[in-house]
Structure formats: C-alpha cells, structure tokens
Ligand binder design. Structure first.
Ligand code: ZN
Length: 289
C-alpha cells in the first residue's frame, strides 16, 4: 500500500518560454516605435489584451507638460495577480515607451528618427506579458502586480527627466506599498550581462542579494557577480519612496543602445528565458521566506 505524502510543497514555477517572450518583443516592434501614434494606442491595446487574465487591470493616465513642448498624455498600466488579500505583495515593472530619437546612432542623418526599441522598451515588457500569461493560468502564492510605465525614455531630450511615468505613478498613489519590486530594462541582448546595479545595491541590497543567490542556484549566467553602473531608471521613484526595487539591466549598455540597431535581430530567446526564469522562480517561491 502506498503512503501518500502530505508534506506541503513549494509551488513549482511554471515553465518560462523564451521563444514566447521573443514573439512578444516582435509583436511590439511590428507596431512601430512606441513614441508616437498610432503605435502607442495599438501597443496599449496589445498590453490590455495580454493582461486580460489579471484580477484587475487599471490605467493611470497623466499629463506631462515641459517648457514650450506640446502637452503629452501618458498612460501607465497596472495589473494584479494572485490572492488579492495576500499580506505579501511584489511589483514587477518595465517601461513600455520607446525613445523618440536615436541620439547615439552613428549616422547623424538619422538621429532625429525614433528607435524600434526591441531591447529598450520591448524586452522588459515582453517578459512581463509572458509572465502574465503564466500567472493567469497558475496564480502565484502571493499578490503580484505588473506595472507598465510610460514616458521613461524622454530623458535629457530638451532637458526632460527620465522615468516621468514611474514618478507620476508613485506621486499619485501614496498608499501603494508593495514589499518590493523588480524592474526589467534591456534584457534581451544576445550577450546579456546583468551586474549589480548600484542604486539597487545601496537601497535594496537585501532584495538584490536574494535575487543574485537565486540566479546562482538556478545557474543563470546572464546575472553576473560584479558591480554595475548607477542607472537613472524607473526604480528610483520607488527607492525614493522607501520601497526596495531592484533594477535588472544590461550594463554597460549594449552598442545598440539608443541607436537604430536596437532591433529584434539583437534579441535572444535564451537571454529572455534567463530573466523570466529568475523572476518566475522568485515570485512562485514568495511567501516561503
Ligand atoms: Zn532608453
């Protein structure tokens, strides 16, 4: 007679499919640069559709006015998964907008054109959209929110700041207090290398240590044990509000950064899978710590 075991087991994370994530990068790139219409509206429709398995999906819209530039309207999306009454709550985020200029392109005649943003914009979102599919099918043990932030990449254009959407979100939601967050930015490069981003290390060191230990345990070679840069990105809005958030970002930035070479051809399903596997393992083991 068999004895059926009764020991509670940690949830096995669902399989994160790098090819599926790469398809979701391609779907965004196919819409065109997400810096102007009609691609922006089409991208938001795609995201809403991909996030439709969430418990709740809310849009946070805001206006952005800078000096004499035309008024811009920004849209952040927030989707929630897992038990809504969970005492533990994690935020996964990426920026969805793409840079409207290619200021690092080697061809001066094309600097004024918007970039495709396969890696810078598309990749982090693609990982989160695939995780959304996985979480809709197999809810995580704790509450997990996905935030897609707008207007990250106007930084230094006519003196504008980076991360307008993330700062606006934090300012407009003072009661939003997750236990911490993970930010994904530029995570698809074929030579992906993610060191310890410095603001994260200083202000979210414990969480960064947990992620790096988990990556080592999983044998993820793209997550490397060396100091990275201090990067102005969406996590700073949360760090300033006292919410620990770790930025997983390729550093030094790849040669395609803010150029017309930031295309699907630079992206790798294997790289996306490493980042997806790390985040998936983290959220499905949450609640055990
Ligand atoms: Zn950028």
């Amino acid at each position: 007679m068999a004895i059926v075991c009764c020991v509670a087991q940690a949830a096995t994370p669902p399989h994160f499919d790098g090819d599926r994530a790469l398809e979701l990068v391609a779907a965004q790139v196919a819409l065109g640069p997400r810096s102007s219409e009609p691609a922006r509206g089409a991208a938001l429709s795609l995201y809403r559709q991909q996030l439709s398995g969430a418990n709740s999906l809310t849009a946070h819209t805001f206006n952005w006015q800078w000096r004499q530039l035309p008024l811009r309207r920004g849209t952040n999306l927030l989707a929630s998964f897992g038990p809504p009454d969970s005492t533990e709550q994690w935020l996964l985020a990426a920026h969805w907008d793409t840079r409207p200029i290619a200021d690092h392109d080697p061809d001066p005649s094309r600097v004024a054109e918007p970039i495709s943003g396969a890696n810078d914009g598309g990749s982090g979102v693609a990982v989160l959209l695939h995780l959304a599919e996985l979480m809709a099918a197999q809810p995580p043990p704790v509450r997990v929110d996905i935030a897609l932030f707008d207007l990250e990449d106007l930084g230094a254009i006519d003196g504008q700041p980076y991360s307008i959407g993330a700062h606006q979100f934090v300012a407009d939601h003072p009661d939003y207090r997750p236990d911490g967050g993970i930010l994904l930015d530029m995570v698809c490069d074929r030579e992906l290398s993610i060191p310890r981003e410095r603001y994260s290390q200083r202000y979210a060191g414990k969480l960064q240590d947990r992620l790096w230990a988990l990556a080592a345990q999983l044998g993820l070679s793209a997550i490397v044990e060396r100091p990275g840069g201090a990067v102005s990105d969406d996590h700073l809005a949360f760090l300033r509000a006292g919410i620990p958030m770790v930025n997983l970002i390729h550093y030094p930035f790849p040669a395609s950064w803010h150029t017309h070479a930031d295309t699907l051809a630079q992206c790798s399903a294997t790289s996306l899978a490493q980042v997806g596997e790390l985040v998936s393992a983290f959220i499905y083991s949450a609640g055990d710590q």
